[in-house]
Design a protein around this ligand. Sequence first.
Ligand code: ATP
Ligand code: MG
Length: 328
Amino acid sequence: MRIAVTGSIATDHLMTFPGSFGEQLIAEQLDRVSLSFLVDDLQIRRGGVAANIAFGMGCLGLKPILVGAVGDDFAGYRSWLERHGVDCDSVHVSELRHTARFLCTTDEHHNQIASFYTGAMAEAREIELKPVADRLGGLDLVLISPNDPDAMFRHTEECRERGIPFAADPSQQLARMGGEEIKALIEGAAYLFTNDYEKALVEQKTGWSDEEVLGRVGVRVTTLGPKGARIDREGEPSVHVPPAAERGKVDPTGVGDAFRAGFLSGLAWGVSPERSGQVGNLLATHVLEEVGGQEYQLGRQGFLDRFAAAYGAEAAGEITEHLDCFHA
Ligand SMILES: Nc1ncnc2c1ncn2[C@@H]1O[C@H](COP(=O)(O)OP(=O)(O)OP(=O)(O)O)[C@@H](O)[C@H]1O
Ligand SMILES: [Mg+2]
């Protein structure tokens, strides 16, 4: 199954300031703030929704096609993704702008000052899917994840026009969109991914009920944080997929992306949606146990053991032949 993963590709630069921002801000001088914080620590993490999802699928042995826009500073990140099985040949490289970057400084009281530079991501709207499909002899599914909003609309429309099944994953972008825009992204999707909160937001903004949304998409997958996930299809009973036990809760950033990576991998393997949800849950716990969305290492036997512990030997048996973990 040829799955294209479209969405943001970015790096996060996270710094810690061993003091208090509040103490540096002078109330009478707020109209001419000029501050520089000497920071202790800089951590650079690979991120971006599409990159996180493609990485997860690559780690499970698939060859996802990453589609998004980056700057000419992407070389190092590209080779990391390619080493983990991601096809980066359809990534658009901007001649003018840097790869999207999130810069965040946190003080000792966990206050944060952050900036997000969109950069090259704005050029994702220039990407056409047809050349991607032509290069690969067709696409079986296109995931449309948070990105430049115009790129999200364009990819969705192009999938409809060309009859390519698509999965809608509007997540973070729901906050800034109106009802009509949200409808344009989800109508006719083969899959719709949201978390619980976003599910309610979709219904509130579109005015569509739970059933109406379900009538407009093939399968709706709702992640429930520590409660796992739920899978709904029109006219069928709802399937609840309990979470996989976590070994520790370190940092939840990127768990939703990892869930999608696992779920889509299950789909590509041809196992049931329930089994796919289990793969999604277990991959998500791997992200929960590390700081950063691409820091986990997947060993084949280790993954199978944890899968069997969470969902039983029979379920594990169904994924055994497919699982081809990148790490030893
Ligand atoms: N405490 C937890 N224990 C086990 N699994 C968890 C836990 N929290 C999250 N998960 C897993 O992660 C998946 C996605 O979590 P969640 O619903 O919080 O996504 P999200 O809100 O989109 O997260 P984000 O956008 O921050 O990545 C869940 O379906 C579940 O599999
Ligand atoms: Mg999310």
